[in-house]
Unconditional design. Structure first.
Length: 188
């Protein structure tokens, strides 16, 4: 979730006397009920962006709600610890990934990787710019690759470097977006 969404959610939960960083799916789903569903939750976090650019796309908040329901009701994953347990077994991870990729507008796998990052894993969330960079510089001869393939390649390069996959993804993103690779305040 974008930082503003996370910060708004944290502020809401703090106002309830709770710690959002300890919330699981039960608490997250309760906030959707309290705010009147995905439209009310979008108001809460100040984000009414659609999940994709096609007409009638669901709000990102709707996709988050469906993700929380799928984790809670279908996979019985209710805490970050349970995500870690699912990640540890190949079948459970495959089920988690398959469920996530079936959510509206989530088939690219970018938000699945971001979800893993939020759960504390060394994953990457390659956007179009990062994927295009890897396509251009990894010797694919103009062949398109998916964001999931990009994430796997970045992970392999990071293993051999050695660096953290998230750091490598971020450095590539900063480079292709025209930003300084390292800000002056990061070097001190």
């Amino acid at each position: 979730m974008p930082v503003i969404v996370v910060n708004e959610y944290r502020a809401y939960r703090l106002g309830q006397g709770a710690d959002a960083d300890r919330d699981g799916t039960k608490e997250l789903l309760a906030t959707f009920r309290e705010t009147g569903g995905s439209a009310g939750w979008a108001d809460l976090v100040n984000n009414h962006k659609p999940a994709h650019t096609q007409p009638y796309a669901p709000l990102k908040a709707e996709v988050r709600w469906r993700a929380a329901e799928a984790l809670h009701n279908k996979l019985h994953i209710t805490t970050r610890g349970e995500v870690h347990a699912a990640y540890a077994t190949e079948k459970s991870l495959a089920d988690l990934k398959k469920t996530w990729l079936c959510l509206p507008s989530q088939s690219s796998g970018v938000t699945f990787n971001y979800f893993l990052i939020l759960c504390g894993f060394q994953s990457v969330k390659p956007d179009r710019m990062v994927t295009r960079f890897v396509e251009e510089h990894a010797g694919f001869g103009g062949q398109d690759i998916t964001p999931m393939q990009t994430a796997e390649l970045i992970g392999q390069v990071a293993e051999n470097d050695p660096t953290q996959p998230r750091m490598l993804d971020h450095v590539i993103w900063r480079h292709v977006s025209g930003r300084e690779i390292f800000r002056a305040d990061e070097l001190n």
